[in-house]
Design a protein around this ligand. Structure first.
Ligand SMILES: *[C@@H]1O[C@H](CO)[C@@H](O)[C@H](O)[C@H]1NC(C)=O
Ligand SMILES: *[C@@H]1O[C@H](CO)[C@@H](O)[C@H](O)[C@H]1NC(C)=O
Ligand SMILES: *[C@@H]1O[C@H](CO)[C@@H](O)[C@H](O)[C@H]1NC(C)=O
Length: 523
């Protein structure tokens, strides 16, 4: 079921153009200031009311945050899955009230029931064809994947994401024509289920849906213009926002001319000058390119939700803990400041879903090794760095009650002859995650033997520490001493004792072991 991950986030809306040579730093537009927080003004109409509000905030632990809400994407393509209820507790402990899912995973939705957390549930692109051609299929989807979970004490599903970046350039239009008909069918299904007033349909788009050298000239890709007109008309008539995924990291990763400081929020020596507007960060530039594109076809006021935004911590040179913390904190502070952007002063995006909650070690590495390291938490729910989400906690809180496998690791046996180990390593890394070993990764400098140990251990943990899986023709051995070095962490797998995963895991292990034997025999 891989969410169409591969080329996903490879493109960016605003092309870093070498001609955009830029000037210096300046202040935000004065308008931005003037118009901040009309809501606060109403609330604070008298000192008394203000004091009351303060009291309420203090007593309820509630913090009056800006208009934007910070949520997270919860993807589940991991070999070491936390129990869904552990993840829901993690969300609650961090006061995260909004979550975006790529699929209607029954275990996840069930765990979200009664949590009060608002949910955007996704429909994979592969289902769009069926949903576009069959009202009955749409009815069935809504019944099975929405109606089942909602109601009193249920999951608070607010949005359905119809497809995931279906207009991505690299899909070469294969999903394009299904989007609007699928929306129409699903909308009717929602209406029939009496849910149309509560649940909104959206279509998360990659920022490659629009382009321009400067934000004010933003326009949707010419071949999308007709479909965008239909889509925006649909969204507008249902009061739905436009959902867009914006990745300054990929702009930096994919373009050596891209000025690094422009990707962050701390000022830049390369601002983009656009008429009377100046852009100091790629996020604002990209956002306003979308605003311009929307305006061009008459929807300049449409609310915008950021469906994915984030920074990976491993697997590429620009992907590290510091950069991720600085980017994500800068983003959150920027959005919660309510300053907005030059084209939308004082109107920040409605909601922002960070990508991502957890690392997903089973994702495709086609986009790059960093693809498995987007989490603000590692796969086992441990905070990777200090981040203030603006939701009441100064720092991220770790997952509680994580059930780990026993503290043991598989490493290369020093007494063995490791000269011929390359094939074993290759097989281990074909199934398990070894992305951190590569150039730019946190385990890239642990030496040749360290490499082997790392690969053996990843494989051993993937196979739930199955005894056979540390043999490697006598080259592997189990140790009780943590072999981690510096930032390079040798993982210990987690067990998900919620029974439903068990058969799957056992099946996976036997399957991998069989493949292993077939391979070993052949060589
Ligand atoms: C509900 O969603 C799941 C996950 O995307 C999918 O596998 C299933 O086919 C959907 N149900 C229907 C009736 O389409
Ligand atoms: C972390 O990444 C940033 C850019 O993303 C880079 O400038 C910096 O040098 C990196 N730090 C380390 C220690 O590699
Ligand atoms: C360890 O493996 C990585 C990835 O294959 C490689 O880049 C690195 O050079 C290896 N280290 C040694 C000392 O062989």
């Amino acid at each position: 079921m891989p969410m169409p991950l591969s080329p996903l986030r490879l493109s960016f809306g605003i092309k870093a153009n070498p001609n955009q040579k830029m000037k210096d730093y300046c202040q935000r537009s004065p308008q931005g200031r003037k118009m901040t927080a009309p809501r606060a003004r109403i609330i604070g109409s008298s000192l008394f009311v203000r004091a009351m509000v303060m009291m309420l905030m203090i007593f309820s632990g509630f913090v009056l945050v800006a208009e934007s809400a910070i949520g997270v994407n919860w993807g589940t393509l991991s070999f070491h899955k936390l129990k869904p209820s552990t993840v829901v507790d993690l969300l609650k402990d961090n006061n995260i009230q909004k979550v975006k899912l790529f699929e209607a995973d029954p275990l996840v939705l069930r765990a979200l029931m009664g949590s009060g957390i608002q949910v955007m549930v996704g429909i994979p692109n592969e289902m769009l064809a069926t949903l576009s051609s069959s009202p009955a299929a749409a009815d069935f989807w809504v019944r099975q994947n929405v109606s089942t979970y909602i109601g009193k004490g249920g999951a608070d599903i607010r949005y359905i994401a119809v497809g995931n970046e279906p207009f991505l350039t690299s899909y070469a239009g294969q999903f394009q024509s299904y989007v609007v008909p699928a929306l129409v069918n699903l909308q009717q299904s929602l209406a029939r289920a009496n849910l149309a007033g509560y649940i909104k349909l959206v279509v998360p788009c990659n920022a490659d849906a629009y382009e321009s050298n400067v934000p004010s000239q933003g326009a949707f890709r010419p071949e999308l213009s007709q479909i965008m007109t239909q889509l925006l008309s649909f969204l507008n008539s249902n009061g739905s926002p436009f959902v867009v995924n914006i990745y300054p990291f990929l702009s930096l990763y994919g373009n050596s001319d891209f000025p690094q400081d422009y990707a962050f929020f701390e000022g830049t020596t390369h601002p983009v000058i656009d008429g009377s507007n100046t852009y100091y960060n790629a996020f604002d530039g990209n956002f306003d390119t979308l605003v311009a594109a929307l305006s061009k076809i008459g929807y300049g006021q449409m609310p915008i939700v950021i469906g994915e935004v984030g920074w990976p911590t491993d697997g590429a040179v620009g992907a590290n803990l510091t950069a991720a913390r600085v980017f994500n904190q800068g983003l959150i502070n920027h959005v919660l400041s309510n300053n907005g952007t030059p084209l939308r002063p004082a109107v920040p995006p409605m909601d922002i879903y960070l990508f991502s909650l957890l690392d997903e070690g089973a994702k495709s590495t086609l986009p790059g090794n960093f693809e498995r390291h987007w989490g603000i938490f590692s796969f086992d729910g441990q905070a990777k760095y200090a981040l203030n989400l603006g939701l009441g906690n100064k720092k991220l809180k770790n997952a509680r009650n994580v059930q780990y496998l026993p503290s043991r690791w598989c490493v290369a046996d020093s007494s063995g002859d490791l000269s011929n180990v390359a094939n074993h390593m290759k097989v281990a890394c074909n199934v398990a995650d070894c992305t951190t070993l590569n150039y730019g990764g946190s385990c890239n400098s642990i030496g040749a033997k360290g490499n082997v140990s790392y690969a053996f251990n990843s494989y051993y943990q993937l196979l739930m520490q199955n005894e056979e899986s540390c043999k490697f023709d006598g080259l592997g051995m189990v140790t009780f001493l943590d072999p981690s070095v510096g930032d390079c962490r040798f993982l210990v797998g987690v067990t998900d004792t919620s029974s439903s995963f068990r058969p799957y895991q056992r099946w996976l292990i036997s399957w991998i072991l069989i493949l292993w034997q077939v391979w070993a025999f052949r060589i």
